[in-house]
Design a protein around this ligand. Sequence first.
Ligand code: F6R
Length: 266
Amino acid sequence: MQVFVEPDVGAVAKRAATEVIEGLTGGAHRANGAVSHGIVVGLATGSSPLGLYRELALAQTAGLIDFSSAHGFALDEYVGLPARHPQSYREVLLREVCGPLGLAPERLHVPDGSATDEESLIAAASDYERAIAAVGGVDVQILGIGVNGHLGFNEPGSSLASRTRVKRLTARTRSDNARFFDSIDDVPTHCVTQGLGTVLDARRLVLVATGPSKADAVAAALEGPLTASCPGSVLQWHPDAVAVLDEAAAVGLRNRHYYDDSAAGL
Ligand code: F6R
């Protein structure tokens, strides 16, 4: 695991973009020799990766990477939002990623949370796993982390081996995400999320976390025990995980000097 602590959110976005591009164009990409389907990037929503997406758009303009034939796979989607709801993750990613990065909307894959019955939602989750496999898996999965340690919408207690499935959101996650809705009553109670096992299958993980509210979750995820109580701790189980933090999010880390020495190439 590599941990980079940057002075501010702008530097976090730049470092994270560098790590994502390296993963998409370098060693992580097709490391297993699979037939190439082009770049496959896993996309988180929420506030944390927004600066990173802007940096990736700049990198594309500068000719450092080309997303025009890339596939993007969302981490998760709410269940039960009306089609085209502005806070559905499909709409968020169309706005924040497809437009700025030139990623074709038909190659943006998002779990289907539109069904109203459990059987159809379960089928949609299985379809999603098949869609990821059909393009040879995810090269780089971009991640944020919840204040309760959730990864995707794998809330504490999620199986470390879980696959894409329907999950209930915790009260904490619904209240954290109420800022995107008119009221907390409008925040869905359920989602379809990639499982932790699905996330771990990506060839590289790049986690972005900023601000003091993330400090406890970051410390637990990066330096606490590997446990379902902190889903973010699965980063420790991945052979190519990168965490990019600002000072506030890194404040609880015990091994900070080591990370800084490693980042400096010492
Ligand atoms: C987003 C997702 C969540 C967020 C997490 C942090 O697709 O699955 O795990 O990454 O809730 O959200 P922000 O970045 O808004 O603090």
